[in-house]
Design a protein around this ligand. Structure first.
Ligand code: 6R9
Length: 649
């Protein structure tokens, strides 16, 4: 990238009212890295503790002793911090504004109502046998009950594991089994874009899988009233069990390092990992980043368009905003329904000030031209945010100009499931914006770039993005497998957390994330391991071998390109391509739908049998002029064959 970016200076009107301007950012940042103990001890005061911590940080990234603890002698309850403590000051103010898939459906829950409903649900969960330390799986639509269920778990000290409602029964079963989850909370169906998704049927199917019988109860919200099967003794209607409960439920006293949730995410190898997040540090970090990055001020309506199935939904629909007493908008549907103007119409309808969304959504709207926003004014907007993948400068400028009427700064926030909260991002009152750059680190975050041997690189350069020291929101482990946690994040480079992302730092010290450097794809902001898709494909009778790579896709950011070697005697056909596409969708979920399948009589391999994905990526991207070093290939003719028969997309 040699082209000079178009710099957007800090707006005076924003800086004048912002929590931090540039001088304050620099001073606070310096303090946060010079004296993390003092800085984070002070920040902990934003929460209500039952017993205040006497120490903030106790962390080690050493590979033989990865041990991360924050506020370890403090106790608190996350649900009490998100609900109870607001009752006196803002009990009758909105907590959640819910906008249904159908534009005629919306409702508001005040803090008092959300508190009462959460207590009722927690009492119902107790009746169903849920205790402190149990794992509860949530497989839910984007309805307020999803937030209530998270908060009810937190209230009881149970650990939630939210599984995205677009995942298949097998993917759900895998997560239920891994977490040994005894209760599942779901709905009969979810509704997105006018279509029903059979959540309860999927749960039924998941629970027939071997091992999934650990789940003893299924609590079912009636969302659509659609037809479902009923398993007497296992299934319980939400309204029947919850509505009559007491609206009072004491919040369990939890240690700061007790688990709050696990959330599964894809890595470069193996099955998805359940990242474990804990209470005190996570909530401090989620609340603080929400306040500063979105420059949140009391009474503003804030809308994050993510799904609660992803970490963005956890930290920036539920925990960060509610800890701050904010008004958080929750949207059940999709930005394209009933028309592509929906997002702007929701902004107008609810007077949204802050809109946090994903580059893929912006690009999908941009493809329809500027008129797509003609049905709304969006003059309530003050700030825009982006997350999930790199945002290309064209999409950034369109987001700025068309959605934000050239009036709103954009915070491009880089972070991960593992980091719990935003790590690199502009602060609206402090940071000059360069479209495409996540800019500078948040307080307490020490990013660095290293070469492949782990040598620290200085100045303007490209490298692998690592973080040199711990921050309170960081995941503590992988559920049931600490060794894998150490292996994945702390063994590539000594004493550093490895993010898996490549990155460039420019002359101004701004960070530009360039994408994953491992075998993880980012399709429309969803993380997927190539290994997961490959293992799904080779489980099909016709498939001998499969290799999956990403390729540049105008809207999704990355598309999924699959090379398949068929078993002897199987004929390639378009029908078989369709069958394999359905197979993967059914096995993992629609988000893993292949974009392109190419038959590959052979795959390029090294003499030791390793697939050379670098070459497959180049062919998929149609960059076959610069294949680089192919001298280690066992059989170079394989590559010529693949180029000659490259599939188009
Ligand atoms: C929050 C979230 C994490 C991966 C991450 C990176 C990519 C996220 C980004 C971004 C460039 C941004 N990513 N935000 N890349 N700019 N602003 O998305 O978590 O689902 O775990 O994905 O997403 O590659 O490593 P998660």
């Amino acid at each position: 990238m040699t082209e000079q970016p178009h710099v957007h200076p800090v707006r005076d009107d924003i800086a004048a009212n912002a929590w931090v301007d540039n001088a304050k950012y620099l001073a606070m940042y310096q303090q946060s890295v010079d004296d993390p103990e003092g800085f984070w001890a002070e920040q902990a005061k934003r929460l209500d503790w039952i017993k205040a911590p006497t120490r903030a940080k106790n962390t080690s990234f050493a590979r033989d002793n990865v041990d991360i603890r924050w506020y370890e002698d403090g106790t608190l309850n996350v649900s009490a911090n998100c609900l109870d403590r607001h009752l006196e000051t803002r009990g009758d103010k909105p907590a959640i504004i819910w906008e249904g898939d159908d534009p005629n459906e919306s409702k508001t829950l005040t803090y008092r109502e959300l508190h009462a409903r959460t207590c009722q649900l927690a009492n119902a969960m107790k009746e169903l046998g849920v205790k402190k330390g149990d794992v509860v799986t949530l497989y839910m639509p984007m309805i307020p009950e999803a937030a209530m269920a998270m908060l009810a778990c937190a209230r009881l000290g149970a650990i939630h594991s939210v599984v995205f409602g677009g995942f298949s029964p097998d993917a759900l079963a895998q997560r239920v089994i891994d977490a040994e989850s005894k209760l599942i909370i779901t709905a009969d169906e979810s509704v997105r874009g006018g279509k029903q998704v059979p959540l309860k049927d999927n749960v039924d199917a998941a629970l027939t899988r071997k091992g999934a019988e650990v789940a003893e109860s299924v609590l079912v919200v009636k969302r659509t009233g659609g037809d479902i099967d009923w398993h007497e003794g296992r299934d319980v209607w939400f309204h029947e069990r919850v509505d009559g409960q007491s609206t009072d439920c004491p919040a369990e006293e939890m240690n700061a390092e007790d688990p709050l949730f696990i959330l599964y995410t894809s890595g470069s190898t193996g099955t998805p990992k359940g990242l474990k997040h804990t209470t005190g540090g996570y909530l401090t970090y989620a609340a603080m980043t929400h306040q500063y990055v979105f420059d949140y001020h009391d009474g503003e309506v804030y809308w994050c368009t993510a799904d609660v199935g992803w970490v963005t939904g956890h930290s920036y629909i539920v925990y960060g905003p509610l800890a701050n007493g904010a008004i958080t908008l929750m949207f059940e549907g999709v930005p394209s329904y009933p028309t592509h103007g929906r997002m702007g119409e929701i902004v107008d309808k609810h007077n949204v000030s802050i809109l946090y969304t994903a580059p893929t959504a912006v690009r999908a709207l941009m493809a329809h031209g500027d008129d797509v926003m003609a049905s709304s004014k969006r003059d309530s907007l003050r700030l825009l945010g982006s997350v999930g993948e790199p945002i290309n400068p064209e999409a950034w400028e369109w987001f700025y100009r068309v959605i934000g009427n050239s009036q709103c700064p954009i915070v491009d926030t880089w972070w991960q499931t593992e980091t719990g909260g935003i790590m690199i991002s502009p602060l609206p009152g402090a940071t000059e914006l360069k479209p495409g750059s996540a800019t500078r680190p948040f307080f307490g975050v020490r990013p660095a770039l290293v070469d492949n041997e782990g040598h620290l690189l200085e100045g303007a350069t490209d490298g692998n993005l690592v973080i040199l020291d711990s921050w309170p929101g960081q995941a503590r482990s992988i559920w049931g497998n600490h060794e894998r946690f150490v292996q994945t994040y702390f063994s590539t480079y000594d004493n550093m957390y490895f993010t898996g992302d490549g990155c460039r730092r420019d002359e101004d010290g701004y960070y530009w994330i360039t994408g994953r450097v491992d075998d993880v794809l980012n399709v429309s902001g969803h993380r997927m391991g190539t290994a997961e898709i490959e293992s799904s494909l080779v489980a099909h009778d016709a498939v001998a071998e499969a290799a999956v790579v990403g390729f540049p896709h105008d809207i999704k950011g990355q598309g999924i390109y699959i090379y398949v070697t068929l078993n002897d005697g199987i004929d390639p056909s378009d029908e078989l391509k369709k069958e394999l596409t359905q197979w993967v969708r059914k096995d993992i979920g629609p988000i893993a739908s292949p974009d392109v399948i190419q038959w590959a009589p052979g795959l390029p391999k090294t003499r030791s049998g390793k697939i050379m994905r670098r070459i497959l990526r180049k062919i998929a991207a149609n960059e076959t002029d610069g294949l680089g070093d192919t001298s280690t290939l066992a059989d170079p003719s394989v590559v010529d064959e693949l180029i000659a028969n490259r599939a188009t997309h």
